[in-house]
Design a protein around this ligand. Structure first.
Ligand SMILES: Cc1ncc(COP(=O)(O)O)c(C=O)c1O
Length: 386
């Protein structure tokens, strides 16, 4: 009966308009109707990526798009750099290792970002680096890496391609793929894109296409050349996730309704600040520094003396508020408050208020209402500015 208040890093809540769009009658993926839907929708997604390049749609999770990037631009034995600041940077390490690449791993402590200087220093002694891989928004820690600056370091100290995992960032965080010199940018549908899981989105720069054209890749289902060829006809090589593409079209309508993608980005920034200020007001620590804080997810340290597992399951059971726990070394040490996609300041007020109710149930010492008040102040001040 009660709705699940899904404040997760993804999957995230789906807007009614998107659900209704996905409920339309099925169409053939080789029909004129599909070509129109595909062409119009992929064109409308470009501002969300900050690119003039074509947006390719894979019927898959984000990992397959990451793997497509690796499989299409590299060959076994190639030297690559992977910047990893958490669990999803480690995904790129694993994929690259599986593909037989010689991986130079720039490992940062979980909760920290990688700076331009760190990447520059790491690249300086290396040569023949084929690609540098990085995560934009590290979902396991709530760190937003400064990818614009990382791209500068890549260009200043190598001829490498710059490949970015934008899963959990794209759709909520600013993205300027072309201006920032990103060569392949990938994302998944189930995060800030307000869709169910099952669709990956990807764009490729001219520089990366040249590498792909001359690379002898054995990728078949994930062949980007094949995706490009079919994209020219307004289609995909195999059966696409038709319903999700219908939903994506509705997502573009919602972004337009909000006043364009810059407004969507502003909303995410407000929600980030609401969450952070409310935790400050409750004297609950955050994992990441404000400078690199994610606009889509906040990692909150376990309040002192609280049994985190019991608190999280209590919030779910009594208040239907669903947070995600920590991953890997952060298990039991943090929980993650998702505020991406179909999420609004009113949702943050609701979640903070319920968090406070749960803290009272656990006799946690704090001033009731302090978190809500702080979040409200951020919200009201954003409304005064707009
Ligand atoms: C930053 C990041 N990269 C990659 C992935 C993997 O995406 P998927 O689970 O859709 O394969 C995730 C999933 O949570 C993610 O958050």
């Amino acid at each position: 009966m009660y709705p699940n208040i899904l404040r997760h890093p993804g999957p995230t809540p789906i807007p009614k308009k998107v659900e209704l769009a996905m409920a339309q009658d099925m169409i053939s993926h080789r029909s004129a109707e599909f070509v129109k839907l595909y062409r119009e929708t992929t064109e409308r997604v470009k501002p969300v990526f900050g690119t003039k390049q074509d947006i390719l749609l894979l019927p898959s999770g984000g990992t397959a798009a990451m793997e497509a990037a690796v499989a299409n631009i590299t060959s076994p034995g190639d030297e690559v750099v992977v910047v990893t600041v958490g669990a999803f940077g480690d995904y790129f390490v694993s994929i690259c290792e599986k593909y037989g690449l010689n991986v130079h791993k720039l490992q940062k402590k979980w909760g920290e970002a990688c700076t331009k200087e760190e990447l520059a220093d790491f690249l300086k002694p290396l040569s023949n680096i084929k690609a540098v891989f990085a995560t934009y928004n590290e979902t396991s820690t709530g760190v937003l890496n400064p990818v614009e600056q990382l791209g500068e370091a890549v260009r200043e100290h190598s001829d490498a391609l710059f490949i970015v995992d934008g899963v959990s960032a794209i759709g909520g965080a600013p993205a300027e793929m072309d201006k920032w010199g990103i060569d392949i940018l990938v994302t998944g549908s189930q995060k800030a894109m307000m869709l169910p899981p099952g669709l990956a989105l990807l764009a490729v720069s001219d520089k990366a296409w040249k590498v792909i054209e001359s690379n002898d890749s054995s990728a078949y289902y994930l062949s980007l050349l094949s995706y490009r060829e079919w994209n020219e006809k307004g289609m995909t090589p195999n059966t696409p996730a038709v319903s999700l593409i219908m939903g994506l079209s509705a997502v573009c309508d919602l972004i337009d309704e909000e006043g364009g993608f810059s407004k969507t980005v502003e909303r995410h920034e407000v929600m980030k600040n609401m969450v952070r200020k409310s935790m400050n007001a409750l004297s609950i620590d955050l994992l990441t520094a404000d400078e690199y804080a994610s606009p889509t997810i906040t990692a909150i340290r376990t309040p002192e003396g609280l049994d985190l597992g019991s608190y999280i399951s209590h919030l779910k059971k009594k208040y239907h508020l669903d947070f995600a726990g920590g991953l890997g070394p952060l298990q039991g040490k943090i929980f993650r408050f998702g505020h991406m996609g179909y999420c609004f300041p009113s949702d943050i007020l609701e979640a903070v208020s319920l968090m406070e109710a749960g803290l009272q149930d656990f006799s946690y010492p704090f001033e009731p209402g302090a978190g809500v008040k702080a979040a409200q102040e951020v919200y009201l001040s954003s409304l005064r500015k707009s």
